[in-house]
Design a protein around this ligand. Structure first.
Ligand code: PRP
Ligand code: MG
Length: 214
């Protein structure tokens, strides 16, 4: 009889990973190696039926949607930007909380016919301004969005705000609240059917860890 393939869980590297590992530990899942010091991308765990892969957050929805990973941990910002097609989102992990906001200089008039908006979240930013009836030209950036208004590349930015320190340090203020963000557990829809009992057990264990307030 063929051995069942291990369940593959895609994790978002960086700050989300640091906050995910204690939740996994509380759910009885421990990587066999230190994921922070290793350059490996695939990690076995103490559970032979579960393997971890560590990705950029923007790639997690893609891996899970295509079934290359069965489940994933990813920020709501990435789901809003790249879409949740093919995914279930059964659990809010309550970690890496922040807000998606528009931001700019205080009291700057929105006088241009088309507002120039810099963001790494161009899809959700375009939707936000369209819903407000504001014509916006989206400029895609990959980081340091706060620089764009300072250098007159853009009038406003759309970015995540946590403490607000980065905006303040650059003379800007948050303007409009777009969404509250936290990390979510996502599940490939087909895997939810074909591997229901293992995924259900994983969701329950992680829900228990979240409810314990790990
Ligand atoms: C993130 C985000 C904001 C800042 C928010 O940037 O894009 O700039 O942190 O946190 P704060 O409100 O506590 O200041 P990050 O440092 O991840 O760099 P990047 O945008 O260049 O990727
Ligand atoms: Mg930033």
């Amino acid at each position: 009889m063929a051995m069942t393939q291990p369940l593959v869980m895609a994790l978002t590297k960086g700050r989300i990973l640091k906050e995910t590992l204690p939740l996994l530990a509380a759910a009885g899942i421990e990587p066999l190696e230190d994921v922070h010091s290793s350059r490996k991308l695939i990690f076995e765990t103490n559970r032979p039926d579960l393997r971890l892969v560590i990705l950029r957050g923007s790639d997690v929805p893609t891996y899970v949607r295509h079934g290359a990973a069965d489940v994933g941990v990813v920020g709501k910002d990435m789901l809003l930007e790249f879409g949740s097609e093919g995914l279930y989102e059964p659990l809010d992990l309550g970690i890496s909380r922040c807000r998606l906001m528009t931001a700019g200089f205080p009291d700057a008039p929105r006088s241009r016919p088309r507002l120039r908006v810099a963001s790494k979240f161009v899809n959700l930013a375009r939707r936000h301004y369209a819903n407000k009836g504001i014509q916006a030209e989206l400029i895609k950036l990959y980081g340091a969005m706060e620089l764009a208004p300072l250098m007159n590349l853009a009038d406003e930015i759309v970015d995540i705000v946590d403490t607000g320190n980065t905006l303040r340090a650059n003379g800007m203020v948050p303007l409009e609240h777009i969404a509250d963000v936290s990390s979510r557990l996502v599940v490939n829809k087909a895997a939810m059917r074909t591997r229901h009992s293992s995924i259900d057990a994983l969701v329950k264990a992680l829900r228990g860890a979240v409810e314990q307030g790990v």
